[in-house]
Design a protein around this ligand. Structure first.
Ligand code: PLP
Length: 462
């Protein structure tokens, strides 16, 4: 199917609202019982935004309005919504094998999917460990890293190094290595010990309004040498970074930065984990950020786009030598005491196979590369709009940073978010930064429409 045609098809009949189910005040749910995640619940419930349907790049709200999906759901619906091939694959699967345990038994398609994912990773990767989310993928990767050193008789390597502004989900491992204060401060007593952080790479004085990778900042990777000198390499298990920091607002790695991190980790026997939960599956125009930036880590976490968001799934792809170090001892023993009831869930596996088919058959990663300059030009044209202080972009992702309202951080961007939704675009805010990451099936004019709606919101919000 032509990605552009699928992404923009607006079939009024297909999107029509069933008034008996949605939008009818008599059937409206009470909102109190649902404690919503990462949401200002009280403000939301005074002015709820309820979505009833989705197709392609469009949501239909419960009151029958069309809203452009400006963030691929939450960075996950790379093939757009309700793609017929993915829907059909899941429908078929649920009637054939709804569930099978993954401990000591397995399904053929889960093995086939692992083979496909390994083939999408850079050379040297060999195995996939399935999880159900990005958070679980991160905690799994951290555990594998620590366990790998131990399996090789290097069990004193327990320290984990994250990065300021990093987002690695909400598990206790993920928030420990994560670098977003709001996600950490409340839970400080629960953090895992022995974690340190690299500095983030965002410096507006040096790189504001950069297009793609900033020229400034490779030297910030050298801070890893300071951390190594402080703790000694013999205590450090792994460094985890997002190749491009998505949730903190599209912080693009400076040219040469990831290469330097790679080199320092290799020199000190430290594993490098790329958290590719956002970067993977075409967001940066390649299979993974690793290929986009030409830097090969030792472990890759993934989630979101692997199923185009249709069924939850995540996982870790590891280098063969990492996996092989565990394959010692008596064969009847479990090599890694880790796993989830829903690891390799048949519905997720079916959705993933279909999503990967769609990405390949529709050439969506190549299409993403053609969208990149369109998004870049459109979003940088917002320079000079009210309150804009920085604009960043790479792949099909961009961020617009706003000057916070004095004394009320986050409120300005939230107001823009609410206005944009009213005008017909769903965007994402993190603090006072707005993120855009439209589905890869978008046409160039969809991308410019999204930015036009954001412009209108910036001019009228607040
Ligand atoms: C880089 C990264 N890691 C981990 C996660 C957590 O994923 P999940 O919300 O599926 O647990 C996210 C979510 O946005 C992410 O961006």
């Amino acid at each position: 199917m032509n990605p552009v045609a699928h992404g923009t098809a607006l079939d009024a009949e297909a999107l029509a609202i069933d008034a008996t189910a949605h939008g009818d005040p008599a059937h409206a749910p009470r909102l109190d019982a649902y404690w919503m995640p990462f949401t200002s619940n009280r403000r939301y419930k005074k002015s709820p935004k309820l979505i009833a349907k989705a197709e392609g790049i469009w949501f239909t709200t419960c009151d029958g309005r069309q809203v452009l999906d400006g963030l691929s759901g939450l960075w996950c619906c790379n093939a757009g919504h309700c793609h017929p091939r993915i829907v059909e694959a899941v429908r078929r699967q649920v009637g054939t094998l709804d569930y099978a345990p993954a401990f000591q038994v397995g399904c053929e398609d889960a093995f086939r999917l692992a083979e496909r994912l390994v083939a999408m990773a850079p050379d040297g990767f060999g195995q996939v460990f399935y999880t159900n989310s990005g958070s679980e993928a991160v905690d799994t990767a951290l555990k594998i890293a620590v366990a790998w050193h131990r399996a090789r008789g290097d069990g004193q390597r327990f320290r984990l190094i994250g990065r300021e502004k990093g987002y690695h989900g909400v598990g206790l491992g993920g928030i420990s290595v994560g670098g977003i204060a709001a996600n950490r401060k409340t839970f400080a007593s629960l953090m895992i010990p022995g974690v340190d952080h690299l500095p983030h790479t965002l410096d507006r004085a040096a790189m504001a309004y950069s297009r793609g990778q900033p020229a400034w900042g490779a030297h910030l990777a050298d801070d890893l040498e300071r951390i190594v000198a402080l703790h000694d390499a013999s205590t450090i298990a792994a460094v985890i970074v997002e190749p491009m920091q998505g949730s903190a607002g599209v912080i693009v790695p400076p040219r040469g930065y990831l290469e330097r991190l790679r080199e320092i980790c290799a020199r000190h026997g430290i594993l490098l984990i790329f958290d590719e939960v956002i970067c993977g599956f075409g967001r940066l125009g390649e299979n993974f950020g690793a290929q986009r930036f030409g830097v090969t880590p030792d472990l890759i976490t993934f989630a979101k786009g692997v199923t185009s968001g249709v069924v939850p799934m995540g996982g870790v792809i590891v280098k063969r030598e990492i996996h092989d170090a565990f394959m010692a001892g008596p064969e009847h023993l479990i090599e890694l005491f880790h796993g989830y009831t829903y690891s390799g869930h048949p519905l997720a596996v079916a959705a993933a196979h279909a999503a990967l088919d769609v990405y390949a058959d529709e050439g969506l990663f190549a299409h993403a590369r053609t969208l990149e300059p369109v998004l870049e030009a459109a979003v940088h044209a917002l320079r000079g709009e009210p309150h804009v202080v920085d604009i960043r972009n790479i792949g099909v992702a961009a961020a617009v940073e706003l000057q916070p309202i004095d004394g009320s951080p986050g409120l300005r961007a939230l107001q823009v978010f609410e206005k944009a939704y009213e005008l017909g675009a769903l965007i994402r805010v993190s603090g006072d930064t707005i993120a855009l990451a439209p589905p890869l099936v978008s046409a160039p004019h969809d991308v410019t429409l999204l930015v036009d709606l954001l412009r209108a919101a910036l001019r009228t919000a607040g």
